[in-house]
Design a protein around this ligand. Structure first.
Ligand code: HEM
Length: 310
């Protein structure tokens, strides 16, 4: 058993956990608000920077307020990620899982900035929009994993946390997470490639099963993946019920994940049937990130072990 030759102070671990929770909430919000800026076309809501129309408080116009909130959240998120990683490296450097996870988050944060710049310069090519979304989701996932590892350390301050997926249920959670990731990235590709309006109506695309245009195919591919992923989500739920002895917090996380996932699928179907109202487009982005947040929590919770634990 590989023990940590130092026992960590519970109070400072709990404080660090609070910082990581704040960081994950801000990273989540940044993904959501970024999506809302895009679907509402508010990117130019404030023509100047850092003020908005020359003032520190934006005018009462939806696009200016949305863009200003986006700036605020963006300004706070990067320092939070950097501070989390710095403390992880400084105080918990012999906990490899925490230190390495957050170093990767910082590296990907740098990449995210570069990608964001290239996406704007090349006028939002769909593949880069999808990579940009995928990278943001991985950053959020890494911060959640680090937060869950700190939680494990609070319960077992002498043991090195590690990650492994051994049982059928744990592997099911891991695969559900991977499939959800692909669904989110194809959603971003659908949005970035301009395929959003290629299919209206649900479940068919403009009344046809086989779309007649490439953009329709891209749109329908996103829907098809959602249908396939639903099977994994239902299997995860059935397996959780069969096991029956899961902790209350894990059961709650699974319940929220199911609520988010199926509401998201309903919102997806509804927005294409109601001719894409903006509020449903915004809800689709917010729920997408919530689905990701909860499945990463579940997979991390199931995968995190201490040495010697199966
Ligand atoms: C639980 C399942 C689903 C997840 C996790 C998901 C995720 C996503 C994500 C992340 C985006 C990119 C949003 C953006 O960047 O603006 C997206 C876009 C989209 N999704 Fe889904 N989606 C799901 C289900 C569905 C369903 C069932 C439909 C249709 C029946 C659908 C239709 C669309 C469309 C049309 C877009 C492009 C919207 C835009 O331009 O903003 N989605 N989805």
């Amino acid at each position: 058993m590989s023990e940590i030759n130092k026992s960590f102070n519970e109070v400072s671990l709990k404080r660090y956990k609070k910082l990581l929770v704040t960081t994950m909430v801000f990273t989540y919000l940044l993904i959501v608000v970024g999506g809302i800026v895009r679907v509402t076309g508010s990117g130019l809501g404030c023509p100047d920077w850092p003020t908005c129309y020359g003032k520190w408080i934006p005018p009462l116009r939806a696009d200016a307020i949305i863009e200003y909130i986006h700036r605020l959240v963006a300004t706070l998120t990067s320092p939070l990620i950097l501070a989390s990683a710095f403390i992880g490296w400084w105080k918990y450097r012999n906990i490899k899982l925490i230190k390495n996870t957050l170093i990767w988050a910082v590296f990907l944060l740098g990449l995210q900035g570069l990608l964001g710049g290239v996406v704007v310069l090349l006028e939002t090519p769909p593949d880069l929009v999808a990579v940009h979304m995928g990278n943001a989701l991985i950053i959020l996932g890494l911060i959640i994993l680090a937060g869950m590892a700190v939680d494990k350390l609070i319960a077992n301050p002498q043991e090195q946390p590690k990650i492994s997926f051994n049982t059928e249920f744990e592997k099911l959670a891991l695969w559900s997470m991977i499939m959800i990731f692909v669904v989110l990235v194809t959603g971003a590709y659908t949005a970035g490639s301009g395929s959003t309006y290629a299919c209206s109506g649900w479940p068919l695309c403009n009344g046809q099963l086989i779309p007649s245009h490439i953009l329709g195919w891209i749109h329908m591919f996103h829907r098809l993946l959602v249908a396939i992923t639903s099977i994994w989500v239902i299997r995860l739920y059935l397996q959780a019920r069969k096991m029956g002895d899961l902790s209350k917090s894990l059961n709650t996380a699974i319940l929220w994940f199911l609520i988010f996932f199926f509401s998201q699928a309903a919102v997806g179907g509804l927005k294409v049937s109601l001719q894409f109202p903006i509020w449903l487009m915004g809800t689709h982005v917010a729920l997408a990130a919530a689905v990701w947040f909860t499945i990463v929590m579940i997979a991390s919770r199931l995968g995190l072990k201490i040495e010697g634990e199966n």
